[in-house]
Design a protein around this ligand. Sequence first.
Ligand code: PHB
Length: 410
Amino acid sequence: MDTPMPMSSPVHRRGFSLIATAVLAASLSACGGSAPPAEETTRNPAVGMAKIGLIVPLSGVYSSLGIDMQNGFDLYLDQHAGRLGGKDVELKVVDEGEGPQTGVPAATKLIKEDKVAAVVGIVNSATAMGVRDTFIDSKTPLIIANAGADGVTGTNGSPYIWRTSFTNGTVGASLGAEVSKQVGDGSVYLISADYSAGKEMIGGFKKAFEAAGGKVAGESYTPFGTTKDFQPYLDTIKASGAKAVFCFYAGAEAVSFVKQYAQFGLAGDLPLFGTGFVTEGGALDAEGISAEGTQTSLHYTDLIDTPKNKKFVADYQAAFNARPTVYAVQAYDAAAVLDAALARPGTADGRGIARALGEIGPIDSPRGSWGFGRKHDPVQPYYLRKVEKRGGRFVNTLVRELTRAKAPDL
Ligand code: PHB
C-alpha cells in the first residue's frame, strides 16, 4: 500500500542571487543531484562574502520538507538581494537524505571541505544528534531549521547550536490538555514513526495528556521510512477500545498513514489528533478528504491573519506556485536570524557568529514575533488547527492558541 506523495515542488525557482545559484549548481552536481545550469557570478568585492551551508533532505521520505525549507531560505535571500548581514551569500547545498547515514557525512563535508561560516537546516532528529558534536568541536554555528530532538539544545546547551523550529517534547505537549478535554472519559491510542522524534513527541504529549487526566489505551511505533502497510497497527488500534488517536508522522509517511486511517474506516469513528506535521503542506494536498477533521498543534499555519504572514504567503506563492509550510517558515527565519547576526561587528569566524546569535533581538516572522530562549530554542505560541475544506481545498484552520509562551525580552 504505497502512496506516492506529490511534492510541493516549485514550478520555478527565482534567481535570488547569481552567486548563490552558481555555487548551488556546483554543489548539487558534486553530490550527484540534477543541477541547474551554472550562471556567471556577479560578486561585488565591496560587500564581502559569507559562505553558508544548507543541509536539507533532497531524497527519502522527508524530501518534500527539504524542498520547502530550501524554498523558504531562497525566498529570504531573494527578498534581500542575495545578502545576509550585508554580505553576498555563497550557498553550498547538500542532501541530508533520510537519516544520519547520509546526513552526518553531508554535514561534515560542509564543515571540513567547504569550510562554511555557518550551517542551516537538518530535518531529522537522529541526524541532528549525530552531527551536534562535530559542529561544537569545529566551532561552526548550526541553526537547526526543523529537527526537534530535545537533547540537541538540551541541558548541555552549546553556543554553537541554535534552533528556529521547536523541541519535540514541547510541540507534543501543547495538545495534551486539549485532547484530554475533548475525549473526556475515553482513552487515546498513541502511534508514531519509530525513531527519536516520534518517541519524544509522543512522550511530551503523554505527559501533558495524563497530567490533565487523560488515559492511554496503548502505544505503537512503526518502522521509520519503511512502513507501507499500516493495517496491522490500525487493527490493533480498533481492538484497543480507544476513543481517539494521537500520532506523529511527516512527509510521505504522513500521507500513507492518514489515507489508510480513512480507508480502513477509522476516520469516521476515532478522531485523529497529531502534531501538525501530519497535515502540513504537500502532505495535506495528497491526503485530501482523508484528513478532514484532523486536529493538530503547531506553531504555524499559512492562514495566520497578519500583514507579515499574508505578504509572506503571497511572495512564496508567486515564487514557487505553492502555499508555504512550517518548514519553509523555519528556514526563512533561519535566514533572518543569520542576517541579523552577520550584520553585527566581529562575525568573521564561527566564534563571532555564535556570540552575535546571542545578541539579536526578536524575529518578526510570518509565524508571529518570537525569540530564542535560554537553551537557544524558539519561545513561541502553539496553535490548535483543524483540517477543513475552504475554497475547494483542504487547509489547516487556526482554531485558537493552545499555549502562550513569551520570552521575557519579547
Ligand atoms: C524530526 O526528526 O525531528 C522531525 C522530522 C519531521 C518533522 C518534525 C520533526 O516534520
